[in-house]
Design a protein around this ligand. Structure first.
Ligand code: SF4
Ligand code: SF4
Length: 124
């Protein structure tokens, strides 16, 4: 099924920056063996092409302007692409289930990092 036929619900990223500030910690956790290396999600994160700071922020993240390589950002940074590659075919989630799960992850990250609660994601 083509993407446009099931994307009637949309994910509205609030640009809180949480995922960009935390991605290095996710990658370090995977490298430490927290996930199955044969898992596609693991591989996608392992393929992440950029470095990160000591706190786990992506080197391409600018707190003032956001992602500095937005149009060329890797697949793990693209909500729709991760659904097409992994969460739909491998995890078996519907687009709706995936969006709610993604929003939940964003909102947990916003709490964890102490970011502005106004940036929490709502699905519509
Ligand atoms: S954590 Fe979620 S809402 Fe925040 S920037 Fe990343 S995708 Fe957007
Ligand atoms: S490439 Fe861009 S969107 Fe992806 S983590 Fe880095 S700053 Fe964020």
């Amino acid at each position: 099924m083509h993407l446009h036929t099931y994307m009637s619900m949309e994910f509205h990223c609030t640009k809180c920056g949480g995922c960009c500030m935390h991605i290095g910690n996710v990658i370090l956790s995977l490298r430490a063996g927290a996930a199955d290396p044969s898992d596609l999600r693991h591989q996608l994160f392992m393929d992440f092409p950029f470095g990160f700071t000591a706190t786990g922020a992506c080197e391409k993240y600018d707190p003032a302007t956001g992602c500095t390589v937005y149009n060329e950002r890797p697949d793990v940074c693209r909500v729709d692409k991760m659904f097409e590659l992994y969460y739909g075919p491998v995890q078996g989630l519907t687009w709706q289930q995936y969006l709610y799960a993604q929003a939940g992850s964003c909102n947990m990250l916003i709490d964890f990092l102490g970011l502005d609660p106004e940036k929490k994601v709502w699905i519509s």
